[in-house]
Ligand binder design. Structure first.
Ligand SMILES: C[S@@+](CC[C@H](N)C(=O)[O-])C[C@H]1O[C@@H](n2cnc3c(N)ncnc32)[C@H](O)[C@@H]1O
Length: 209
């Protein structure tokens, strides 16, 4: 099996084990970043259940939502149609490790793009940053702590800081500028309805040229 096959099997298994959401919630770091942005073209990397893509589409954005899981992509396609957003959400199945984003995008969002399988995440984010229009934003939100319901309960897990993530992407400061790099906390709700305080690692980069 190739590494793509392994990743497909893993993530299809994750989504197939969950009931399909009827109206998945958007991530709070997306809503706080994009609420005041004028709608344009957005790319959601590792879209999962699609709460972010649907939220953006409702606000007038045209969204390309990419995930390796056919289960997630098919569910999002059906949901977008059911919510009358089928013309604004293009849900596509790709392995991001072999994906060339066709910009220009005004916003690229990568929320919790974590996987136990091989993925050159820095390379994916670098390619996405190059697909931004001038003035466009790359929002990378990572886990900075482990929620009790996470699939990853490895106590040795390291959570790179936003500055470390930015250093890994290695964008030329002449063309991209870091606008936000911090570690806010929030109360999160798990799939079973329980709550816990979690930390996000937030990196926001703007393409300036
Ligand atoms: C932790 S989930 C986050 C999902 C969603 N962004 C969210 O905020 O809920 C990571 C997502 O990345 C996707 N993913 C993992 N590896 C991938 C790859 N190589 N190519 C594309 N998507 C991938 C998974 O299928 C999964 O939906």
């Amino acid at each position: 099996m190739s590494s793509t096959d392994d990743a497909v099997a893993f993530w299809d298994g994750v989504y197939a084990a969950r009931p399909a959401a009827t109206d998945p919630r958007p991530n709070v770091r997306l809503t706080e970043t994009a609420t005041d942005l004028p709608p344009g073209r957005a790319l959601d990397l590792g879209c999962g259940a699609g709460g972010d893509a649907l939220w953006l589409a409702r606000r007038g954005w045209r969204v390309t939502a990419v995930d390796i899981s056919a289960v997630a992509v098919d569910r999002l396609t059906d949901l977008a149609r059911a919510h009358g957003l089928g013309d604004r959400v293009a849900a596509e199945r790709h392995d991001l490790g072999a994906f060339a984003p066709q910009g220009p995008f005004d916003l690229v969002s990568a929320h919790y793009l974590h996987t136990p399988l091989d993925l050159d995440r820095a390379g994916v984010l670098r390619a996405a940053a190059h697909a931004l229009a001038p003035g466009g934003l790359l929002l990378v939100v990572d886990h900075g702590s482990i929620a009790p319901w996470s699939w990853n309960q490895d106590p040795e897990a390291r959570h790179p800081t936003p500055h470390e993530v930015a250093a890994g992407i290695a964008l030329d400061p002449a063309g991209w500028t870091v606008e936000r790099a911090d570690a806010p906390r929030r109360i999160a709700t798990g799939p079973d309805g329980s709550t816990a305080e979690v930390t996000d690692h937030v990196l926001l980069v703007r393409r300036t040229a």
